[in-house]
Write a protein that binds this ligand. Structure first.
Ligand code: FES
Ligand SMILES: [Fe+2]
Length: 408
């Protein structure tokens, strides 16, 4: 693996962090080294809140799905009382995986090895031949912190999770009108992007590449071309002003939350383009209105959270993306499209029409991320300067290096 070959010592990683040149992309080792990947998992993914999926994925008591993050498998389920819980998918007997399927329905979680059984709340309820002297109540599944906010399930593997209240408050304010807790999955797709998660993250934190890569996206979102053309930028500003006024008159939410000390997130509402009421090929509705909406306002609500969570909600459908590091050179991308819970495919919506924009856009992003990774693996790669259109990528990289350097 060229100059990053072999095992890196902690001192070498610290040296790489300290010599990072501000305003530039990272050195090659950050995108390829197994040791740095391990640190990323430990210091980023096992420390911060992550999006696990929509609450509608566990609509009924006993529904569960598993989420694999590096070595950890988490079972996310709805218990008998309707609460969403998360447990480590590790038997307290000799450690077998318990739920082997990606999703399912169960009254109890039964380990396939020696059949120890756990309640949905994680308590051990059956363990044949367990000596009386062993306290069964101390052998519950290890819990994982969960917050369900506006229909989205967030989990944190850390035993002492960071504060999430300010983020939750912002999400409720912006997402509540969309009624994501009353949705159903239109389609869910999982694919592997053959690139380090930070290559993928950098790509998703900027739209500098949009004009050259995403013709469909640019045909839907008029801000993309406006970034590169003064006249279009003026038109876009005027359009945004008019849209805000009209949207407020409808009583709908407008505004933005900037990446700030309120949490590791940014987002808000913005308009699509003149004449478009949703993110579809022709701008016309593709599904029944979500939540409290009684009419289209032509806006979207989107949020990004560090380390790498992003979702976008139109008036009639939503897309959640979940990115998960798999190995130094692989990142899993899960795309989940949501529509109103009572909508019926074929009658109320055409799944291909709902998924069109982000299916094609995600495929293009996969290609450019994989090309980026291949170039980074070259012996001639060196960090390059971020442009003024990539300031959010610079923020991401600075945050990442700070997290890696934290000693707590
Ligand atoms: S490892 Fe689960 S019952 Fe033995
Ligand atoms: Fe993109």
């Amino acid at each position: 693996m060229g100059r990053t070959g072999g095992t890196m010592r902690m001192s070498e990683i610290s040296e790489l962090i300290s010599r990072h040149r501000q305003g530039y992309s990272l050195e090659q080792a950050f995108y390829v080294s197994p040791q740095i990947f391990e640190m990323d998992i430990e210091r980023i993914y096992r420390r911060h809140w992550l999006l696990a999926g929509p609450a509608c994925r566990v609509a009924q008591a006993g529904d569960y799905f598993t989420y694999q993050i590096a070595g950890d498998s988490i079972v996310i389920l709805r218990d008998e009382l309707g609460n969403i819980r998360a447990h480590h998918n590790v038997c307290r007997h000799r450690g077998s995986r318990i739920c082997l399927d990606e999703q399912g329905h169960a009254k109890r979680l039964v380990c396939p090895y020696h059949n120890w059984a756990y309640d949905l709340n994680g308590a051990l309820c059956s363990a044949r031949h367990l000596p009386e002297s062993v306290d069964q109540s101390s052998l519950g599944l290890h819990p994982v912190a969960v917050r369900v906010v506006a229909g989205l399930i967030f989990i944190c593997i850390a035993s002492d999770p960071p504060e999430f209240g300010a983020t939750a408050a912002d999400l409720i304010e912006y997402l509540a009108p969309h009624g994501l807790e009353r949705t159903t999955i239109c389609r869910r797709e999982v694919e592997i992007i053959r690139a380090n998660w930070k290559v993928v993250a950098e790509n998703f934190w900027e739209c500098y590449h949009c004009a050259s890569t995403h013709p469909e996206f640019c045909s839907v979102m008029s801000y993309a071309h406006a970034q590169n053309n003064e006249r279009l930028a003026d038109e876009r500003r005027e359009f945004e002003r008019d849209w805000e006024t009209a949207t407020q008159q409808l009583g709908h939410k407008v505004g933005r939350v900037e990446f700030s000390d309120r949490g590791l997130h940014q987002g808000g509402r913005l308009p699509i383009r003149p004449g478009f009421v949703t993110q579809s090929r022709d701008g016309q509705p593709v599904a029944p209105l979500l939540g409290e909406y009684t009419q289209f306002d032509g806006g979207i609500t989107s949020f990004m959270h560090l380390p790498l969570i992003w979702y976008v909600v139109s008036n009639d459908h939503a897309l959640l993306t979940r990115f998960t590091p798999v190995s130094p050179l692989e990142t899993e991308l899960e795309l989940t499209w949501l529509v109103r819970s009572d909508a019926v495919a074929g009658r109320d919506y055409d799944p291909d029409a709902v998924c069109w924009l982000w299916r094609v856009t995600a495929e293009q992003d996969k290609t450019i991320c994989e090309n980026n990774q291949r170039g980074i693996m070259s012996s001639r790669y060196q960090p390059g300067p971020y442009t003024t259109a990539e300031s959010s990528v610079n923020d991401l990289v600075e945050w990442y290096l700070q997290e890696l350097s934290r000693n707590d």
